[in-house]
Design a protein around this ligand. Structure first.
Ligand code: APR
Length: 239
């Protein structure tokens, strides 16, 4: 596909884009799901069983976020959004805020955000940079024990799906970066975009489980591969 014909780009990012910033991925060797039980810290059942433990897990992840910073891959995507003459929608599975800190604005956090909590009683969504405990009261309705991390757990519906599916159907170029392709519905986005005519590109350290659905692949660390790819799009070179 000639790059000059592209006017709408959808980019999906996963944990791999933040790996070089120092945030552990989930499924790589030594990843988060080797150290923690996914059922205990990333399901509604786990939270109901032991809210204190789950809050502490997210409190720690929130604290860790202040020790890291965006890497060249995050900055390259922000530059793409600013300089590309068409539309760029960034859909991230990451709950960190490194895309925002790098300058991305047209961004959907489909799996939620570490720096937000929500009240299960009054549904208010609040910014949260500190710690939450089962005793913490909701600042809006005043009830105790009703706040939870504003992240999407296994068995829960991701956010913004209508908006994302619409963009996938309309885009000319779909790019997945740093995601293993194991968690649906995000892993299936490439199939939808491809079926609707988009050119599909995978940028990852290694082939993902859905690699065969992409037309084009570039493997290597995101901090190297993503800036090179962004330069290519902005210079509108042909493949
Ligand atoms: N550069 C590029 N890719 C990398 C890098 C790097 N430096 N390091 C690791 N990767 C790749 C890995 O090869 C792997 O394919 O990033 C991918 C990370 O995969 P996962 O750990 O499975 O993360 P992700 O795909 O984002 O997980 C999806 O699963 O547990 C849930 O909700 C969580 O949003 C998360 C979802």
């Amino acid at each position: 596909m000639g790059l000059n014909q592209i006017s709408k780009i959808v980019i999906l990012t996963g944990a791999g884009i933040s790996a070089e910033s120092g945030i552990q991925t989930f499924r790589d060797k030594g990843g988060l799901w080797e150290k923690y039980s996914l059922e205990e810290v990333a399901t509604p059942q786990g939270f109901r069983k032991n809210p204190r433990f789950v809050h502490e897990f997210y409190n720690q992840r929130r604290r860790d976020l202040f020790k890291v910073k965006p890497n060249p891959a995050h900055y390259a995507l922000a530059r793409l959004e600013q300089e590309f003459p068409g539309e760029v929608l960034l859909v991230t599975q990451n709950v960190d805020d490194l895309h925002e800190r790098a300058g991305s604005r047209n961004l959907l956090h489909m799996h939620g955000e570490l720096l937000k909590v929500r009240c299960e009683a009054c549904n208010v969504i609040l910014k949260e940079e500190g710690e939450i405990f089962p005793e913490t009261k909701c600042p809006k309705c005043g009830r105790q024990g009703t706040l939870r991390p504003h992240v999407v757990w296994f068995g829960e519906m991701p956010f913004y799906l209508d908006e994302i599916y619409k963009a996938l159907k309309e885009c000319d170029l779909f790019v997945a970066i740093g995601t293993s392709g194991t968690v649906y519905p995000a892993a299936g986005f490439v199939m939808i975009a491809r079926e609707c005519g988009a050119w599909c590109v995978e940028l990852n350290l290694e082939p993902s489980t859905v690699a065969d659905y992409f037309h084009e692949h570039h493997y290597g660390p995101a901090s190297e591969v993503v800036p090179v790819w962004v330069d290519k799009i902005l210079k509108r070179e042909t493949n």
